[in-house]
Design a protein around this ligand. Structure first.
Ligand code: GLU
Length: 420
């Protein structure tokens, strides 16, 4: 093992792949190949801070597979980003895109930085220098970054501009998740949250349960968590608890989500929210009495320490890798139904794909068309996973990985091993 493959998330992901490969009867050579990225880039990102000192941040871009199409995946800014975490997330992107039926490979990038401690100018300098360091390796035909934890549409605008400045002309298709004004897609901002709720709707349908009145607890109130909360609320579900890094709030009668989003968007915290609520810790959020738990924060949020406290009957993985292997087994033993990350949070990259298509064809869709197509892709992917799981009497995470691996295997065998 090395610095890339030794992290927990990397090893967890390899375990899931191996288990699924066994069940799906995947060619051993393919199995070995998918356990390693095609290319892994490590760069230094020097930034002149506002006080004129220079700080050097560690940046990464791991390009896992381009078998099905250009590398695709987000860029994460977080203080705990490591090479290995980015490597695992790149691998997960390959399997996500394969499962969803997209013509895209998998990649992920990251910078180890606590962006909340940087000014806007510092953040812009960091983003532009990081882009320049990886600019030989990205592009609309080769690798298309997008937002992830700690990055947003503004970050993508800076990346698009830096890349375009180097080329000498506007290249909107180099990133997705851009502002609409410079070639972004309508519906992209809320797409991951909406996709997760579409998935939940499909699961409730097969379980013959209504969405209205379903109680939901959501960990994380960033882009994924807040949009999932909103779309669940709009469909009549009761969001009974939400949290962010500093704790959360709860109300068993249901939180007024549109009001909370309004409050949170200006205050950046739950404190001071005027509607009735109680305060809870993140551990209490995980243990909330509810029908559905949506972990939409970071990987490893549910582990063997807190998995036993989960009372929900369904877990929808809004985040990438929110359950450790131990936690996954504990939840399965408790009979909890899990919609795994590569399916549940696929809405983001699905609409990223639509954005890329719109950019390269220079023809833009209205939001209804985006959302209707998102739902179609999600429904089809859910069906593939559910049918495979039922037929083979296996859990949905393994089933999702099996479906994904089978598509990838076919493509890899067709393309063959270069040079032979
Ligand atoms: N960062 C998101 C994910 O993990 C979106 C990636 C993309 O749109 O390329 O799926």
């Amino acid at each position: 093992m090395d610095v890339l493959t030794s992290g927990h998330l990397y090893q967890n992901t390899i375990n899931i792949i191996n288990h699924a490969a066994e069940i799906a009867g995947i060619d051993p050579a393919i199995r070995t190949r998918v356990g390693k990225p095609k290319r892994a880039i490590m760069v230094s990102v020097p930034v002149r801070m506002d006080d004129h000192t220079v700080k050097v941040f560690a940046g990464y871009r791991v390009q896992h597979s381009q078998t099905l199409g250009p590398f695709k995946g987000g860029i994460r800014y977080h203080k705990s980003v490591t090479f290995s975490e980015v490597g695992a997330l790149a691998m997960l992107m390959t399997f996500k895109n394969s499962l969803l039926g997209l013509p895209l490979g998998g990649a992920k990038g990251g910078v180890a930085v606590d962006s909340s401690t940087l000014s806007r100018n510092e953040l812009q300098s960091l983003t532009r220098r990081y882009t320049s360091e990886i600019s030989n390796f990205i592009g609309p035909e080769s690798d298309i970054p997008a937002p992830d934890v700690g990055t947003d549409a503004q970050t993508m605008a800076w990346i698009m501009d830096s890349y375009s400045q180097e080329k000498g002309y506007a290249v909107p298709g180099v990133v997705t998740g851009k502002p609409v004004e410079i070639g972004g897609s309508l519906g992209r901002v809320g797409a991951t949250g909406l996709g997760a709720i579409f998935c939940l709707q499909e699961l409730l349908k097969v379980l013959d349960k209504p969405m209205a009145g379903t109680t939901i607890a959501i960990q994380g109130f960033g882009n994924v968590g807040s949009h999932a909360a909103l779309y669940a609320f709009e469909r009549g579900a009761k969001v009974v608890a939400v949290s962010d890094v500093s704790g959360g709030i709860a109300n068993e009668k249901g939180i007024n989500i549109p009001k909370l989003i309004e409050h949170y968007s200006t205050k950046k915290m739950f404190k001071g929210f005027s509607e009735p609520h109680g305060e809870i810790t993140n551990d209490q959020l995980i243990a909330t009495k509810c029908d559905v738990l949506i972990p939409a924060a970071l990987d490893g949020a549910i582990d063997k320490e807190n998995a036993n406290s989960v009372q929900a009957k369904i877990v929808v993985e809004g985040a990438n890798g929110p359950l450790t292997t131990d936690a996954d087994l504990i939840l399965q033993k408790k009979g909890i139904k899990i919609i795994p990350d590569i399916l549940a949070n696929g809405g983001g990259v699905i609409v990223s794909y639509f954005e890329w298509v719109q950019d390269i064809s220079a023809f833009f869709w209205d939001e209804e068309e985006v959302n209707a197509n998102l739902q179609k892709v999600m429904q089809a992917a859910f069906k593939r996973v559910w049918t495979f799981a039922e037929k083979n009497k296996i859990d949905t995470r393994t089933a999702a990985m099996c479906v994904s691996l089978k598509r990838l295997e076919k493509a890899m065998l067709l393309r063959g091993l270069y040079p032979r």
